[in-house]
Design a protein around this ligand. Structure first.
Ligand code: FE2
Length: 202
């Protein structure tokens, strides 16, 4: 297999310039189950996602500095050196800004942690929560979503929602929301990042 080409400066620049997130509460799909999750969209984000994918394909073992959640034969969470995917800062910054809006807290008082999730054909992401620390808000951003690569299932008490993933979509939910991803029935990998937003430690 030919090695993937590194992203060009043009693609990087176009990606950064083209990102626009809609405020989550304006998304009509939030109606009904908006109490425990919110959606945002990265509009015209194809170039940015292509750049992120190219960077991910070039990652070396050393740039993945930690792996955890070994379930179903894979590590669900891959912790990557941010300098290996510098364009991810665009997503992280906007996710933090939207989290500040959702939480009604100043952005400067919040910090975001993130990890990469690569689901190959046949993979699941098992049910879990993110409430094991002082997190305030959790979420996922989709970079590559082949058709039929697994819906996101969210459960909180008697509330249950199925969220259709698509590239450029961002989903926010409280850290104690139980969530899982259905089996990837496609023949391609589904790539997303998970994140937690918490208070800046003083
Ligand atoms: Fe998760």
């Amino acid at each position: 297999m030919a090695a993937p080409k590194p992203p060009t400066t043009t693609r990087i620049q176009r990606g950064i310039n083209s990102v626009i997130f809609s405020p989550p509460e304006r998304n009509p799909e939030n109606n009904g189950s908006s109490a425990f999750y919110k959606l945002g969209e990265c509009q015209d984000c194809e170039a940015l996602n292509a750049t992120l994918l190219a960077r991910i394909e070039l990652l070396t073992e050393n740039e993945i500095f930690h792996r955890n959640h070994f379930l179903g034969g894979r590590y669900e969470n891959l912790y990557v050196v941010l300098d290996a995917i510098p364009e991810m800062r665009v997503i992280l910054d906007l996710a933090t800004a939207q989290a500040a809006h959702i939480l009604d807290q100043p952005k400067k008082e919040l910090v975001i942690g993130w990890w990469l999730n690569i689901m190959r054909p046949g993979d699941y992401t098992y049910p879990h929560t993110h409430d094991d620390a002082d997190e305030l808000l959790s979420g996922v951003y989709y970079i590559v979503v082949p058709p039929r690569s697994g819906k996101l299932l969210l459960t909180k008490g008697s509330q249950r929602a199925e969220v259709e993933p698509r590239a450029g979509r961002i989903v926010y939910f409280k850290p104690d929301v139980l969530h899982e991803v259905m089996r990837n029935e496609s023949d391609g990998s589904r790539i997303s990042i998970g994140f937690n937003v918490g208070p800046v430690q003083t």
